[in-house]
Every structure is written in structure tokens, then in C-alpha cells.
Design a protein around this ligand. Sequence first.
Ligand SMILES: Cc1cc2nc3c(=O)[nH]c(=O)nc-3n(C[C@H](O)[C@H](O)[C@H](O)COP(=O)(O)OP(=O)(O)OC[C@H]3O[C@@H](n4cnc5c(N)ncnc54)[C@H](O)[C@@H]3O)c2cc1C
Length: 376
Amino acid sequence: MDNNNQYQCAIVGGGLAGLCLSIQLAKSGKRVVLFEKNTYPFHRVCGEYISMESWGFLESLGVPLTALNLPKINSLGISSESGFMLNAPLQLGGFGISRYNLDHYLSTLAVQNGVELVQDCKVVGVESGQQNNSRVETTRGVYFAEMVCGSYGKYTPTFVNEPARQPPKTNYVGVKYHIEADLPANRIELHNFEGGYCGISKVDQGWYCICYLTDAANLKKNGNDIKKMEANVLYKNPFLKKYFTQSAFVTPQPQVVSNVGFTKKQTSQGGILMLGDAAGAISPLCGNGMSMAMRSSKLLAAQLESYFDGAVSRQQLLDNYQTNWNAHFAFRLRAGRSLQTLFGKTHLTELALRSLNALPGGITERVIKLTHGNVF
Ligand SMILES: Cc1cc2nc3c(=O)[nH]c(=O)nc-3n(C[C@H](O)[C@H](O)[C@H](O)COP(=O)(O)OP(=O)(O)OC[C@H]3O[C@@H](n4cnc5c(N)ncnc54)[C@H](O)[C@@H]3O)c2cc1C
């Protein structure tokens, strides 16, 4: 066997979860290969609001967040389709940075720390072999690794045999643009419309990220024409009409993803350890999926380091990771799913926002807190 293709850990997918895991393992001296099917830098569908809980973690990996002078966000506005706005402070808050730049920073750091980064490379098969050596088949050749981690995001590849699940009740489509907007840099807004909601907040380069999630039925009803759907559905909310018709679009063509769902999956399957959205995605309205992806990489890195250093067995690694994952995320995913049901339904959203507005201060903040973790 060619030793050049033999690694301690192979990571499938270079989003935040995979990139952060690779950097941590490489920093602790492990031999790591990371496969990403795209080539950095590239845009992704994401609201690009990162909960402050992961600021210190990203800096510890070497991302110079402080020097980047990024917008810090501590004020939230949520509107109903009719234009009623609920305002609330964000206790922990967040910051804005485009995935184009953040993922690019991390991919550069991965290479600097010794990760073998194989871009434009899709993993097409993983087979567990003898003596804990798995065979990883990619579009750029075959690799071998003692451990394989799946950070491939929300779409499970066909080589992972997940147990059959009920298909989600609603199939969502995500759409994102960068625009130049008139909104304070410290504010994030979530605007509801029938069948979905749209977030807007500032990122780097003076841009704003405007990103929405809609029931795919809205798109179908409008002949699969995104611009037509925006005019017919989103513009009923006066805030969205203003942002879409009075802003300069930096990226006129949207980034689009379909078949978005929010389910808890598994932390391991067929010998592959899952992290980030591959283990379970939280509703984007919580603004917390990226921090969860990064945090799950930290939980898994700690277990993998113990395993490679001989302190825990493979089975102990699997058990410890699953226990830690559930303790950190299981409740948050449930809370996110419950909140998701309140959004995108015109009358229910109106009622929920007006009720929260009438309740004593602090209730809205407590609801928001349910979906967030602590600094790590
Ligand atoms: C509409 C929308 C808005 C959102 N807004 C926010 C927000 O504002 N704040 C927030 O915190 N979270 C937000 N999220 C959630 C957040 O984007 C995700 O939780 C986060 O990106 C998950 O990171 P990840 O690394 O697990 O997956 P991803 O970032 O999806 O990365 C997975 C990577 O794996 C690669 N890949 C997949 N299969 C293969 C393969 N077979 N071989 C090689 N490479 C492969 C993909 O190309 C991709 O680069 C939003 C999500 C959506 C859908």
C-alpha cells in the first residue's frame, strides 16, 4: 500500500465542522486528510450570523476575528407579514462574516497546520477494513484511514446507510443574496411571510446577507421562478418589499439549496463518526447551526485525540461522543423544531409576536436562550 495515502483520520466535507475538526487534529500532531467537493473560496446558502458562543474558539484556531473589525449584533427584530415588529435584545449576540471568507480563512489555516486538503474531490464510498483501516474512495483516488468522520452537511451521501426515516412534512428551499442595505450594523431582523421567513444582517466588506427559507410549495406555485415568488409572496411583508426593491444587489443571482430539513440524525453509522449538520441540523431561524457545527468538532476532536493517544478504546470514543453530543444539542434541536412551527404561518406568527410583545420583558429573551449554548 502507498503510505502517502494512509492517514489517521479522513474527513468527508470541508464546511465549518470538517475544517475546524481537521485544524484541531492537525494541531495535536495527527495525520489528517480532508476532502471537499468544491474549491475554496465559494459562496454557500447561510444567514451568516454566528452566535458569539464560538468567537473565542475560532480565534483559538487562528482566525483573526478581532482584526477583521466585524459587525457585532445585539439587537433582534422579528416582523409578521402585516409589518408588526417585535424587538428584543440579544443577550449573548453574534457577529457577521460571509461564509465565502470564513471558510476560506479556515481552509488556509488547515493547510498551514499540515492538513492534507484535497479540493474538487468527492468522496463516493467508505468501506470499513481490517485492523480499523477504512478504505475511502474518492474522485481523486483511494485513501486509507484509521478513523473516518462525516461532516458532509445536511445531505446524507448514498454510501452512508442511514436508517429509513419518515420524510419531513415540509420540504424547504433556502435562498441567499449579498446586498447593500439600510440597517444598523448591530441589528438582525427576521421577517415572516406565508410559508417562510427571511433574515437580514450585516457581514464583512460592508455587505448585508439576506437569506430566506421557504416552503417549496411557494416556489412551485410560482412556476419555479424565484423572482416571481419573491414579488408575489415575500413582498407582502412591507419590510421585505423595501429590502428587495430598494437595495443594491452585490450578487444579483441567488445561491439556492433545496430539500432542507431539520432532524436529529446519528453520531455514528457504519464506522463513520458524524458531526455538524450530518449529525443533525437546527432550524436556521435559531441562528445557531454554525456554532453547533464548530462545537461538535471540538467535542469530537477531544475524543479522537484520546483515542489516538491510546487513552480510550474505539467503543468508548463512540459512546462518549454520543453522550456529549446529546447533552449539548438534543434539547436545542427540539426547541428549534418547536419554534420553527410558529414561523411562516401568517395568523399564528402574528398572534405569537403580539403575545410575546404583551408579556413582561425577558420572556422573549428566555425563548431565544433555549436555542443557544454557552461560550466554548
Ligand atoms: C437557509 C439557511 C440559513 C442558515 N443561516 C444560518 C445562520 O445565520 N447562522 C447559523 O449559525 N447557521 C445558519 N444555518 C445553518 C448552517 O449553515 C449550518 O448549520 C452549517 O453550515 C453546518 O456546517 P457543516 O460543516 O455541518 O456543513 P456544511 O457547511 O454544509 O458543509 C458540508 C461540506 O461537505 C461537502 N461535501 C458534501 N458531501 C461531500 C462528499 N461526498 N465529498 C466531499 N465533500 C462533500 C460540501 O460541499 C460542503 O462544503 C443556515 C442554514 C440554512 C439552510
